[in-house]
Design a protein around this ligand. Structure first.
Ligand SMILES: Cc1ncc(COP(=O)(O)O)c(C=O)c1O
Length: 369
C-alpha cells in the first residue's frame, strides 16, 4: 500500500464555478429525479436500500421498445455498483491477481492503472496512433495473443470513446477483439457512448432479439460499463452499471458489500432512467454547443482535437498551467493534461450547454489574447 498513489479525484470547492473539468453533466438532473428524491419519506432513511425493479428499469432503458423477449436481457446480466469507478475496482479485485497483465491504451481514464497496481498487476498500455489518436487496433490484437510462455492478458480495458482523446472504436471491432481473446476479460467502458454512439449493446441486443438467445452467449468474456454521471446529472449520488454474461456479473458483484449503493442513488437512477427524453435533450444540447465551440476554435486557429465524448482537447499557445489558472480565476474549471503521454501541454475541456460554451470561449479568448 505504501507504493500506491491516491487517484487524483476532483478538487474540493468546485461548486459555484463552471465545471468543465470532469465531464459531468453541467446542468443537473431532470426535475422528475429531484421530485423522486424529495418524495422519499424520512423514515425510509432508516431502512437499508432495496434494489427491486432497478435492474428491470436498466433493461427497459437499454432495449428498444417493442423488442421481443427484452432481447434476452435479464436482471442477472445487470450489475449495480457505487458508480462505474466501483465497478472498475470490483473487476480488478475479482479478476486481477499479482503478476497478471492489464492491457489498455495510453492516455486513457486514470483509474484503471491504480486498480491494476492495487492487485500487483503488470500494466501494458499501448499508445494511440498519431496524428489523430486513432485506436491501435492491430497492436492491441497482437498483444492479446499468447506470449512465449502461453500467457495472455487477464484484462483488456477499452475506454470507448476514450477519455481523454475521444478515440472511437467501432462496436464490430470491440466484439471481434473479445471473440478473438476468449481467455481475456474484455471490459468496455462506455461512459460517454451517449454522445457519439459506438456501443456494443445495440448489435448484441438486435442479434439476441432475432435469435431468441442470450445477448452474451457468444461473448461470455465481455463486460460493458454504463453510468448516469455524464448524461443524467447524478454523479454526486454514485451509481453505475456493469452489463454482461450472468456468471461474469455475479463474480464481479461478489467482491462488493450488500448495500454499497444507497437508497437515494437507486431512487434517482430509476427516475432518471424513466425520463430518457431529458437525457436525450441534454445530449442534443451538448452536441449543438460542441459544434458552436468547434466552429469558433477553427476560425480562431486554436489547435484542438475532438472525436467522441462530451469533451475536447486544446493546446493553448501560452503554458497550459497558466491558462488553466487564469480560467479558474475567471470562475471556469478545465483539466490540465500535463504529464500525460501524447497530450502533455493540452487542456481537456468538458462540453456543456451553448451558454456555458459561450462563457468559456469569451474567457479563453481574453486569456489567450
Ligand atoms: C471513462 C470513465 N469511466 C468511468 C468513470 C467513473 O464514472 P462514475 O461516475 O460512474 O463512477 C469516469 C468518470 O470520469 C470516466 O471518465
Amino acid at each position: 500500500m505504501e507504493g500506491l498513489q491516491a487517484y487524483s479525484a476532483p478538487l474540493e470547492g468546485r461548486r459555484g464555478l463552471l465545471r468543465l473539468d470532469f465531464n459531468e453533466n453541467t446542468v443537473g438532473p431532470s426535475p422528475k429525479v429531484v421530485e423522486a428524491i424529495r418524495a422519499i419519506p424520512a423514515d425510509h432513511y432508516a431502512i437499508y436500500p432495496e434494489y427491486d425493479g432497478l435492474r428491470e428499469d436498466v433493461i427497459a432503458a437499454l432495449v428498444p421498445p417493442g423488442t421481443p423477449g427484452g432481447a434476452g436481457l435479464t436482471p442477472g446480466h445487470i450489475g449495480v455498483f457505487n458508480g462505474v469507478d466501483a465497478a472498475i475496482h470490483a473487476v480488478f479485485q475479482a479478476y486481477g491477481a499479482a503478476g497478471d497483465r492489464l492491457l489498455t491504451t495510453s492516455p486513457t481514464f486514470g483509474y484503471y492503472a491504480p486498480c491494476a497496481r492495487m492487485q500487483g498487476m503488470v500494466i501494458e498500455a499501448l499508445p494511440h496512433r498519431l496524428p489523430g489518436f486513432a485506436f491501435p487496433l492491430e497492436e492491441i490484437a497482437a498483444a492479446l495473443l499468447p506470449d512465449a510462455s502461453g500467457s495472455v492478458p487477464r484484462l483488456l480495458l477499452l475506454c470507448n470513446p476514450n477519455n481523454p482523446t475521444g478515440t472511437r472504436l467501432a462496436a464490430a471491432d470491440v466484439l471481434a477483439l473479445a471473440a478473438g481473446a476468449p481467455r481475456t476479460l474484455v471490459v468496455v467502458d462506455e461512459l460517454y457512448e451517449a454522445f457519439t454512439g459506438d456501443s456494443v449493446l445495440p448489435p448484441l441486443l438486435a442479434e439476441a432479439a432475432a435469435t431468441g438467445g442470450d445477448p452474451f452467449a457468444r461473448h461470455p468474456n465481455l463486460l460493458v460499463l454504463r453510468s448516469l454521471s455524464k448524461t443524467a446529472g447524478i454523479a454526486g449520488l454514485r451509481i453505475g452499471f456493469a452489463i454482461g454474461a450472468a456468471p461474469l456479473v455475479d463474480r464481479v458483484s461478489r467482491v462488493i458489500g450488500p448495500y454499497d449503493v444507497n437508497s437515494f442513488a437507486v431512487t434517482a437512477a430509476r427516475a432518471a432512467l424513466a425520463d430518457q427524453a431529458y437525457i436525450d435533450a441534454y445530449v442534443a444540447e451538448v452536441l449543438r454547443a460542441r459544434d458552436w465551440l468547434v466552429a469558433r476554435l477553427r476560425a480562431a486557429g486554436v489547435e484542438h482535437h475532438l472525436a467522441g465524448g462530451n469533451y475536447l482537447l486544446l493546446w493553448p499557445r501560452r503554458p497550459a498551467a497558466e491558462v488553466e489558472q487564469e480560467l479558474r480565476a475567471a470562475g471556469i474549471l478545465v483539466r490540465s493534461m500535463a504529464g500525460k503521454l501524447q497530450i502533455d501541454g493540452s487542456l481537456r475541456v468538458s462540453l456543456g450547454t451553448r451558454e456555458q460554451m459561450e462563457r468559456f470561449w469569451a474567457a479563453y479568448r481574453q486569456i489567450e489574447g
